[in-house]
Structures are given as C-alpha cells and as structure tokens.
Ligand binder design. Structure first.
Ligand SMILES: CC(=O)N[C@H]1[C@@H](OP(=O)(O)OP(=O)(O)OC[C@H]2O[C@@H](n3ccc(=O)[nH]c3=O)[C@H](O)[C@@H]2O)O[C@H](CO)[C@@H](O)[C@@H]1O[C@H](C)C(=O)N[C@@H](C)C(=O)N[C@H](CCC(=O)O)C(=O)O
Ligand SMILES: Nc1ncnc2c1ncn2[C@@H]1O[C@H](COP(=O)(O)OP(=O)(O)OP(=O)(O)O)[C@@H](O)[C@H]1O
Length: 481
C-alpha cells in the first residue's frame, strides 16, 4: 500500500517524493520490523519506542512515525501528536477497515464484560448471526478459539485478526487499559455497552475520575447511528447516559426503576413497545448475572431479535468458563468457582451463595500482586461478613516478593479472623477437607486459570523468626508443611 493512502486519516501532508513509498507492513516493536515496514515509536509505560528507531531502521523500516521532534534519522519521519492513536488509524487503513460491514459491539465496565459478551454471543448465534469474540478468556474467530494475552489486544493485532473474520458480528471487551492506550482507535461501534464501575485498576489510573473517563471514552467511538446500552442506576451510569446524550447518540437505559428496560428478579420489562415481562433466568445465578443478561437481552432486542427467541435461547446457555461454575463434592458439599476480584463482585457472589441456604460458606481467595492494593481490606471485610471461614491465599504475585505478600495478608487480618495458607493448592485442599454436607465452598480470583506463577515460600522457621506466624498460620501447619 502506498504511504499516501495509508496516512490519509492522520491528516498530515508529506512531500511528493515520499508519497509513493510502498509499505508492506506496520510494527510498533522494533524487533518485529521487516523490510519496507512503517515503525510506530510509542513512548510506553516501561520503555520509549523512540529509543529503538535505529534498530527498527536496521531491521528494514522505511518510514518512522513518532511523537518527538526528530530530523535526519535516515528515513522519512512523520511526527504525530499521539503515536498510539496513529497506530490504530494506520492499522485500520492497512487492513482495509476490516469491521466496516460488521455489527460491532464493544463492552466496557469493571465487572461483567466477559459474561455479557458470552451471553450476547450465545443469543446472536441462536438467532443465526455468527460472532467473533475478543475478550479476557479467549478470542474466537470463525469458530476457532485461541487463549487471550490481553482483554483488549493492541490496535495492530486487533485489525489484523479482525481482517480474518468471516463472522457477521464482532463482540469485544474493551478494557480501561485498552482505552487509555487507544487500542480501539480507528474502530467504530454500532453498540457500546456499559456494565458498572467500581474501585479497580487504580494502580494504573490513579483515581476513579480518570478510570471513569477512560471507560467513557469508548462511547466516542460510537457510529452516528450507534446505540449505547447502559446499566444506568449508579452515579457513573447516570453520568455516562448524560455524556452519550450530549454526543447525540441513542441511549438504552437498563436499570431497576426507569420506565424503559426495567430489571426485576429474574425478568426484564422492555420499553412501551414491549410491555411484556421476559424471563432472563439462566444457569448463572445472582443479581449481577441478571444485570449482565439484561444488558445482553436489551442489545439483542435492539438488533431486532425477537424477545421470545432471546428468552428461549437463555435456556440453552452453557455459562462462562470460570464464572459462577458449580461443582459437587462427593459428600454433598457444593463448590462455586468464580472470577470475582473486587469488593462489589464479592458482595454479589457471596450474597448469591447465601441464597442456597448452605450450612456454612467457606471462601478461598487472594490478591494479585502489583495490582490495586486499596481495595483489599474492603474485600476481606465483605468476605468475613458473609462467610463462616475465610481462607486467604496467594494469587499470582507478579513479581511481588513472597514475604511482602505474606506480610500484607497478615497485616490485612490483624484480628486473625482468617486462615492464611499462602500456597493456593493447599488452601483449596484445606477447604475441600473442611467441606461437609450442605457447605458451600466459594473459590474466587482465578476463574479458569489453571496455573499459578512460581514462587518460593520461606521455610517455616523463617516465618517463625520473622514473626509472621499467627494463630491462623499455626492452625494450618500441616498444610503449610
Ligand atoms: C501497562 C500496559 O498496559 N502495558 C501495555 C503497553 O505496553 P507499553 O506500550 O507501555 O510498552 P513498553 O514496554 O513501555 O514499550 C514501549 C514501546 O517500546 C517498544 N519497544 C520496546 C523494546 C524494544 O526492544 N523495542 C521496541 O520497539 C514497545 O514495542 C512499545 O511500543 O502496550 C502493549 C501493547 O499493547 C501491551 O502489551 C502492554 O500490556 C502489558 C503487557 C500488560 O500487562 N497490560 C495489562 C495491564 C493490560 O493491558 N490489561 C488489560 C485488562 C486489565 C483488566 O481488566 O484486568 C488488557 O486489556 O489486557
Ligand atoms: N454485573 C456485575 N456486577 C458486579 N460483579 C459482577 C458482574 N458480573 C460479573 N461480576 C463478578 O465479576 C467477576 C468477573 O466477571 P467477568 O469476567 O464477566 O467480568 P470482566 O469485566 O470481564 O472482568 P475481567 O476482565 O477481569 O475478566 C465474576 O466472576 C463475578 O464475580
């Protein structure tokens, strides 16, 4: 493709001699540059792509795009205001606007993106609309599933993969990281869905306001005819409805009180055109999953799928891997495996667990290292308020030293109300052994992830010396050893 065609959406004038340069590919990592590629230099979180420009040129870059004011780098240089946005626009043109004839659906929010996306895919496919899916569990394109590396892939990979899709619709989860890093720049959505917003990822976004603004920015990518489907009964939801209206885009509100799209119990009443009450009962229990189902239902109705067909399709919905999955212990206790990793999600899952009237609820969970630390004590409190036994364990440490996490767990539990078992396998084993008929064991945080990053536990005598061993540790020494 000629450089002139490729850079049109950047709105930048280039000289006649360089217009006709043939571009064979794009890369934003110097190591991935090949002959006749454009290299897009991005100033990132850890490294600055501008420092790799000469590497990129050695690898074959014939044009470089970047933010810094550079000259004489050896190949034509195009300076832009925002390299990440430029990458999205370039990728979209290079892959010939791969989504222009597809039904594009983006889902954002702290919790419920994956669940809503699976529900919507199920409803649409039941109605004969094939869907590609991009999300935190996997990408599914033309029915072929691959494990995901990111919830929202980088703009280049997204466009590249979307160009291979023969499906009629694309349903994608759009993370706040993805939005802040302009990974969806260049895409346009027919539907944008907002689930909810709560304390999360503040290690990256710093405060709720900037976290909200990142989420809000998805709605800037709505087509002029695009529709926002918003869970509106929260301050963030209300604010988002106002914002989207100010963009002159249609808003469908889903909530418990508004005269349009009211959710109550396990049913949904649509707007005046559909005064009937539809059941949104499915195997994924809990108020939160009813909310997710209501968002998927409302979007599907807006796509002219018959409400009764949607209602029927829910009866065959097989659920979402690692989200509200129930298993039985041979002795009659039940296990729920879930991906809850925020306070609100804990409230939802544990309140739902209580609806089963179990003898006791035992909760196993930990905290991902290097992620939002402010939410942790609230999560423990919610767990203690709802459970008979809380077992604190490790999640992936992401480079946080083992002792630091042990210290964190013990300091978060000053009254020794929890059992602390750092090794997650042993923590689950402990819960398994504890379980009796009619108990409910809830294991949250890792969903279907069947791995645990490696870590080395300090020896028992180290723990004694460091004074980490409180009653709760001693209580489970047999497991720790
Ligand atoms: C903090 C973060 O989000 N980082 C993402 C970001 O990396 P970055 O641009 O900051 O990369 P960097 O390492 O600083 O490098 C800067 C630039 O130098 C370039 N470079 C670097 C080295 C070199 O030799 N040559 C070279 O050209 C790099 O290619 C890059 O363009 O952009 C990369 C490409 O899109 C992402 O892979 C990377 O995700 C990291 C690995 C990550 O873990 N991200 C997580 C936090 C994330 O995005 N999570 C959300 C979901 C969150 C949730 O809901 O749980 C997601 O959407 O997955
Ligand atoms: N609407 C909701 N409100 C609150 N909590 C929810 C909601 N939906 C799901 N959850 C909780 O959040 C967990 C993760 O759900 P899901 O994977 O659908 O969300 P997500 O937004 O995709 O999060 P992630 O990107 O981290 O996977 C669930 O296991 C459940 O405990």
């Amino acid at each position: 493709m000629k450089l002139e065609t490729l850079i049109k959406p950047l709105g930048i004038n280039i000289s006649k001699e360089v217009e006709s340069i043939e571009i064979d590919g794009l890369a934003f990592n110097s190591a991935k540059v090949e002959k006749n590629f454009i290299f897009v230099a991005i100033s990132g979180t850890h490294k600055d792509g501008h420092e790799f420009i000469q590497d990129a040129i050695s690898n074959g870059a014939c044009v470089v795009v970047g933010e810094e004011n550079l000259s004489s780098i050896g190949v034509p240089y195009i300076q832009v205001f925002n390299s990440r946005k430029a990458l999205g626009l370039l990728a979209n043109v290079f892959y010939e606007n791969p989504t222009q004839h597809k039904i594009m659906i983006g889902i954002t929010g702290t919790n419920g993106k994956t669940t809503t996306s699976y529900m919507l895919k199920h409803i649409l496919e039941s109605a004969g609309i094939s869907c590609s899916l991009f999300g935190s569990i996997c990408t599914i394109i033309n029915g072929v599933e691959n494990i995901s590396t990111h919830t929202t892939l980088d703009a280049l990979t997204l466009n590249q993969l979307m160009a291979t899709s023969n499906d009629r619709a694309i349903i994608m989860e759009v993370s706040s990281h993805g939005l802040a890093q302009a990974r969806v720049e260049g895409l346009r959505f027919d539907y944008c869905i907002f689930t909810n917003l709560e304390h999360e990822h503040l290690d990256y976004h710093e405060n709720m306001e900037s976290y909200y603004l990142a989420k809000q920015s998805l709605f800037n990518y709505l087509k002029p005819s695009g529709i926002a489907v918003i869970k509106s009964d929260s301050i963030w939801g209300e604010r988002l409805c106002e914002y989207v209206s100010s963009l002159n885009r249609e808003v469908i509100k889903v909530n418990g009180t508004d005269p349009t799209h009211i959710i109550s119990n396990e049913s949904l009443v649509l707007n005046k055109r559909h005064p009937l009450r539809y059941s949104i009962n499915n195997r994924m229990k809990g108020k939160h999953n009813i909310e997710n189902a209501a968002l998927a239902f409302s979007t599907a109705v807006s796509l002219n799928i018959e409400p009764l067909d949607i209602e029927n399709s829910f009866q065959h919905f097989s659920g979402v891997p690692g989200r509200f999955e129930m298993f039985q212990h041979p002795n009659g206790a039940n296990f729920i495996v879930d991906y809850a990793h925020t306070g609100n999600a804990f409230s939802h899952i544990l309140e739902t667990a209580n609806l089963y009237n179990p003898e006791r609820i035992v909760h196993v969970f930990g905290f991902r290292g290097n992620r939002d630390v402010q939410k942790r004590s609230n999560m423990i409190q919610i767990s203690l308020n709802n459970c008979h036994t809380c077992i604190l364990t490790f999640d992936d440490l992401n480079g946080v030293p083992t002792q630091q996490m042990i210290e964190e767990l013990t300091s978060l539990d000053p009254m020794n109300k929890c059992v602390i078992i750092p090794d997650r396998t042993l923590a689950i084993q402990y819960a398994w052994d504890l379980a009796q008929y009619n108990d409910l064991i809830v294991i949250t945080g890792k969903g279907i992830e069947n791995y645990q990053q490696k870590f080395e536990l300090p020896t028992l005598s180290d723990l004694h010396t460091l004074n980490y061993l409180n009653d709760s540790f001693v209580h489970q020494n047999q497991y720790y050893l």
